[in-house]
Design a protein around this ligand. Structure first.
Ligand code: 5GP
Length: 208
């Protein structure tokens, strides 16, 4: 048995891109990923269950978690706190299991500071992809129109730079398929695999 840490995957992207929908569809398929359930101070929506969708906390409880440094990151989003529990993520990775986070962009940037070895996936809306195609292919749209939309998309495009992969959410099943491919590819990475072989070899030499 090779002692190896799991991989931390972070799915993020602009607000309204459909991160939650893609994440739910991904976990409806069979997967070895462990979803890290976030903490939040927002009210549960109909059908949401504490400990499944989120750990629902009061503001005071959440602020205690921040003070006690029990969160890897936290962010305020539309008037509510959201945060990733540290213990669960660290323990699960140490058990050799992959952890999956689905969080907004400010939080993802903070995770990058603490887990630079994480795999960061940026989900983009099809409109951004279309915009790129139109510009690249010099479509029929007037330059002014493209310029305006490009300006609006600029922030989102710049955010991409902090990520390792970009997935277009044109269709949920396509996006899920791409994320599964990313997970599979990361497990085939030479750096990761050769390290495992070297460790196994060392262990074998010790035994011999
Ligand atoms: P919602 O309230 O719709 O469930 O989530 C609002 C936003 O918060 C979504 O973009 C979701 O990805 C993000 N989010 C969920 N959990 C976390 C978390 O632990 N940390 C951060 N930074 N964002 C989160």
């Amino acid at each position: 048995m090779i002692d190896e840490k799991g991989i931390l995957f972070i799915l993020s992207g602009p607000s309204g891109v459909g991160k939650g929908t893609v994440r739910k569809a991904l976990f409806e398929q069979s997967t070895n990923l462990r979803y890290s359930i976030s903490m939040t101070t927002r009210e549960p929506r109909e059908g949401e269950v504490d400990g499944i969708d989120y750990f629902f906390k009061s503001r005071a409880e959440f602020e205690t978690l921040i003070e006690k440094r029990q969160l890897i990151e936290h962010a305020e989003y539309v008037g509510n706190y959201y945060g990733t529990p540290k213990q669960y993520v660290e323990d699960t990775l140490n058990e050799g299991k992959d952890v999956f986070l689905e969080i907004e962009v400010q939080g993802a940037l903070k995770v990058r500071e603490n887990f630079p070895e994480g795999v960061f996936v940026f989900l983009i809306p099809p409109s951004l992809e279309e915009l790129k195609d139109r510009i690249v292919n010099r479509g029929t749209e007037t330059e002014d129109k493209v310029k305006n939309r490009l300006l609006a998309a600029k922030e989102e495009i710049e955010m991409m730079d902090a990520y390792d992969y970009v997935v277009v959410n044109d269709r949920v099943d396509h996006a899920v398929g791409k994320i599964q491919s990313i997970v599979a590819s990361e497990h085939c990475k030479r750096e990761r695999v050769s390290q495992q072989y070297k460790k196994a070899l060392e262990a074998d030499q010790h035994d011999a």
